[in-house]
Design a protein around this ligand. Structure first.
Ligand SMILES: *Cc1c(COP(=O)(O)O)cnc(C)c1O
Length: 362
């Protein structure tokens, strides 16, 4: 396996090696069917079993009971930006958005096409380097729902303490940190995530939804856009992304084998600490974008003294097999995405490289 590099890409991103090898081993002949999983009918027993197991695994990992459904949809998290207001923002009501980065801005922009929106909090000033404090959040009078982005992939910030707004349905885009550590999933009316960061390959979007939200979806919108349609048909109303759901299920099994969210959460804290400690102990050579109390366990964003050095860093890192470290253009600098599948050794290798780079260039 020594031709595999260390992959810090933001998404699609690293997958557990064990999962890739398992998929490889059964690729040509899935469970004695004589076919690849890519060639199987979604109406077949083997696929129905995968779909059901993936839903059960997700609920088990999150500790959710029968009052939730897990749906496997397409169109990415970006389609959820529209489906959420289409289903849950009736005429005359207002949806509240807490803006913590580019993805929450995009989510709210879509909601505006369907109804009234209210910015219940924003940290745009200061280029989204932190999560708002609870005392900075002002909900509208009677919001239809509150929408948050739990982890800001581009800016490298994360809600380290997830908010709660009592009876108001809370909806979260968790595309880049779902299952990164234990949290109270029942606090959410709905969670959605494109799989390609922390759950599997691209092509499937996971929607975890409380059943009461499936009851009054408007009948005037397209069947494909209604959550109720997908729930009633166990995510097989139309042809599902069979291979992506299969891979997602292998990742969920892997996560359970690792010991679930508490074990992965501790590991993620240790991994992130390797990189953040290096930043903090660099006497200002490395500067983190995020405020310390808003730092993400999944995406570490940092700058070097100048852009030239940032380019050099990314280039030389790539030469030693650390790839995907160039930051997003709206923040600049570097970004290390260290999702669940990134190993502690991978983060240690990054730390070693950072120390060496500073020694030579600092
Ligand atoms: C990547 C990302 C998205 C966009 O996901 P797509 O599946 O490409 O639509 C949305 N929100 C967050 C937080 C992301 O990280």
């Amino acid at each position: 396996m020594n031709n595999r590099i260390i992959n810090f890409n933001a998404g699609p991103a690293i997958l557990p090696l064990e999962v890739l090898m398992e998929a490889q081993a059964e690729f040509l002949n899935y469970q004695q069917t004589g076919m690849s999983i890519l060639e199987i009918s979604h109406r077949s027993k083997p696929y129905e079993a995968i779909n059901a197991e993936a839903e059960a695994n997700m609920k088990e990992i999150l500790g959710l009971g029968d009052n939730y459904r897990v749906l496997f949809l397409q169109g990415g998290a970006s389609t959820q930006f529209a489906m959420v207001p289409m289903n849950f923002l009736p005429q005359g009501r207002t949806a509240d958005y807490i803006l913590t980065g580019a993805w929450s801005e995009k989510a709210m922009k879509e909601a505006k096409l369907f109804g009234n929106t209210h910015v219940a909090g924003t940290t745009a000033e200061g280029n989204y380097k932190r999560i708002p404090r609870m005392d900075e959040i002002q909900l509208s009078e009677n919001p239809a729902y509150v929408h948050i982005t739990s982890n800001n992939t581009i800016f490298g910030t994360q809600w380290n303490k997830l908010p709660s707004f009592g009876q108001v349905p809370l909806i979260a885009d968790m595309s880049s940190d779902i299952l990164n550590k234990p949290f109270d999933a029942e606090n959410f009316a709905m969670i959605y995530a494109g799989a390609q960061k922390n759950l599997g390959p691209s092509g499937v979007t996971v929607v975890i939804i409380r059943k009461d939200l499936l009851e009054n979806n408007p009948k005037t919108i397209s069947a494909m856009m209604r959550y109720e349609t997908h729930a009633k048909n166990d995510s097989m109303y139309n042809t599902p992304p069979v291979f992506s759901v299969y891979m997602l299920n292998l990742v969920l099994r892997w996560l359970k084998d690792q010991g679930g969210l508490s074990v992965i959460g501790k590991r993620n804290i240790a991994k992130a600490a390797l990189v953040y400690d290096t930043i903090d102990q660099s006497s200002g050579f490395y500067r983190g974008h995020a405020d310390a109390d808003s730092r993400s366990l999944m995406n570490v964003t940092f700058r070097l003294p100048n852009e030239e050095q940032e380019k050099k860093f990314a280039k030389e890192a790539e030469e030693v097999g650390l790839i995907g470290l160039k930051g997003h253009r709206s923040v600049g600098g570097l970004r290390a995405s260290i999702y669940n599948a990134m190993t502690l050794e991978g983060c240690q290798a990054l730390k070693d490289f950072m120390l060496e780079f500073q020694r030579k260039n600092g």
